[in-house]
Design a protein around this ligand. Structure first.
Ligand code: GTR
Length: 326
């Protein structure tokens, strides 16, 4: 009997040791719509590694790619509720949830990646970041996502006239619906995961996105006409549930913030590399790209969108400050 008890005690002790050595005190789940290998997914994984190392394995972040935890809008809502701990998503999907992000989705607002960095890395970025807190979220990092352009299954788009009457999927956000209206096309808001089959079955004629998404989603297979009109440059971000954030000690919050910031630098580098790789890949696969397009008529056509959304003195001031940022 004694021997059995000793053996049992030893077994329990070793089990406890094994648990202590491998398990984390806290495991956070992070969602992304993109697959493994995509810059945003790899950047959050790098953040997870850093957090685990700096907390001696106490805090682990599990990254769930490929919309395993749901479509982007649902995962943002789940993060607000604390069901999911972290989400990487586009400002565009946050618009209805964190209205302070809406003006960042205006077409042709950002002139270049550098301009976008200067805005987001400065006081304007800090202000919009702070706004997440009143919506049960903590903004941790901004990620690059290049610019979005139109693609479709029917024909090359050489001018606004070519868009007339066509049906394009947009993110679930009113600004983008009005953007399509202003261009004389029809907008069909729908989750990202439904776009491929909707193009394939002819429910929509096309969609719009950056090179890496166009590539990794496989949309180029069913919509091989891409026009580099670059109508949108919508930033992306990583946010944490405020419920989760409040469970962390101030020291751990500092570790997480720093790791998120480092992941931002990494993502910007990975992004630039991936944009080129994806462009080369889809072109090699036979995509017809219209590169030389006169953007001015597109920019001019967006006036009604600005008139509709930039109405209050605060909105006018914010847009003016963004435009004045060098
Ligand atoms: C991608 C973006 C995703 C998602 C997607 C979409 O470029 O990275 O977060 O917003 O576009 O169009 O839904």
């Amino acid at each position: 009997m004694k021997k059995t008890l000793t053996t049992l005690a030893a077994l329990l002790a070793s089990a406890a040791f094994a648990t202590a050595a491998s398990a984390c005190d806290m495991t956070l789940r992070s969602s992304d719509t993109h697959p493994d290998g995509y810059p945003t997914v790899e950047a959050v994984k790098a953040m997870a590694k850093e957090v685990e190392a700096k907390t001696d394995g106490r805090i682990c972040i599990e990254v769930y790619p490929s919309a395993q935890l749901g479509e982007e809008k649902d995962t943002i809502e789940q993060t607000q509720l604390g069901v999911i701990d972290m989400v990487r998503a586009s400002f565009g999907t946050f618009n209805d949830i964190v209205p302070e992000t809406q003006l960042f989705s205006l077409p042709y607002l950002f002139r270049s990646v550098e301009h976008q960095h200067h805005v987001l890395d400065g006081p304007i970025g800090a202000e919009v970041g702070k706004a997440f807190e009143s919506h049960d979220l903590v903004q941790l990092a901004n990620y690059d996502s290049g610019s979005r352009s139109f693609y479709n299954s029917k024909h090359p788009i050489n001018s606004i006239a070519d868009l007339k009457g066509m049906k394009f999927r947009v993110m679930q956000n009113d600004v983008f619906v009005d953007m399509m209206k202003a261009l004389g096309a029809n907008a069909t808001p729908m989750p990202y995961g439904e776009v491929y089959s909707s193009i394939q079955t002819g429910v929509i004629d096309g969609a719009e996105n950056n090179w890496p998404s166009y590539d990794s989603s496989g949309h180029y297979e069913v919509a091989p006409y891409y026009t580099l009109d670059q109508h949108l440059m919508v930033p992306e971000l990583v946010a944490m549930s405020k419920t989760t954030w409040n469970k962390l000690s101030p020291e751990d919050q500092t570790v997480i913030k720093a790791a998120a910031k480092n992941s931002e630098t990494l993502e910007r580098k990975l992004w630039a590399e991936q944009e080129k790789k994806s462009e080369d890949k889809v072109v090699a696969a036979g995509v017809k790209v219209v590169k030389d397009i006169d953007k001015q008529p597109f920019i001019d056509a967006m006036k009604p969108v600005y008139d509709k959304y930039v109405t209050t003195p605060e909105a006018k001031d914010l847009v003016a400050r963004i435009q004045a940022t060098q």
